[in-house]
Structure formats: C-alpha cells, structure tokens
Design a protein around this ligand. Sequence first.
Ligand SMILES: [Zn+2]
Ligand SMILES: [Zn+2]
Length: 158
Amino acid sequence: MTHETTPCPCGSGEPFSACCDPVLNNHSRAETALQLMRSRYTAFIHKHDKHILASWDPSTRPRSLNHDAHPVSWVGLQVHETEKGMENDTEGTVTFTASYIEQGQLCHLREKSKFRKDNELWFYIHGECELKKEKISRNSTCPCGSGKKFKRCCLQVS
Ligand SMILES: [Zn+2]
Ligand SMILES: [Zn+2]
C-alpha cells in the first residue's frame, strides 16, 4: 500500500506512509513504545492481525483475534502521557484514549499500557482500562469527523 499523503489513522498528523505503515510492515521500525502503540491502534483499524499479534508480548498474547465479534468504528486516538519507552529504554508506559463507536454508542477507552523491549523489538504487555460510554443521537454529526449525520455514517456499521 502506498498512501503518500493520506493522513495516518493514528492521528499523529504525519502521512500514513511515514508513520504507522512502515511499522505495520516491519515491527522493528517502532523505535519507541509510543510508535508501537500508535501502530497497534492503526492495525486494529486496518484489521492487520499479523502486526497486532506479533507486537503482543508472548506472555499475554491471545491465540487469535475476532474483530467480527465486536464490530466497531474507530473515531480517534488521543495520547495523554508517556513514561520512558524511548530508544534507550527497555520498558515504558503510554496512557491514551482510543474512541470508537459500538452499537450506537460512543465509547472512550482510556488505557495505561505497559510495553517492554526485547532484542530491539517493542512489545505490548497489558493495560489498565477504563471505559466510558456516551449516547449519540441519530441526527447529530458523526463523531468520526465525516461531517455526515450519525445515522447515515458510523451508526450503519456499528
Ligand atoms: Zn500513525
Ligand atoms: Zn462516521
């Protein structure tokens, strides 16, 4: 996939081709815990299971993923804070909120994720989550930023 100018879904403001795309194709391109976290968010949007599983610590990695069990529409990622997780660290945490629409509700998943580096590769271990749900009215503007009404946009796929 070459998307030279498409903005990266992780919301970094960088083009996809210079942000998460290289990491999705090559795990070792994540130099920091934050880059890995962003690439995992993007991988969930793209249903890129190979990267999601490969970047999951073997001690907590699920056997497989089933996106269809909980179809969601991702609407945004906000990074709140990072601790360590830089090029020279071997562990780090990233606190973020990932927002998505599920069954007509806007869900904000706030997570403090732990990462560790092994053999120059960052891995996601686990996170402490807090989920907040908000009801969206059918006629309001869709939170995904499309500019369309909710009932004509993400409500149809969630
Ligand atoms: Zn990105
Ligand atoms: Zn939408």
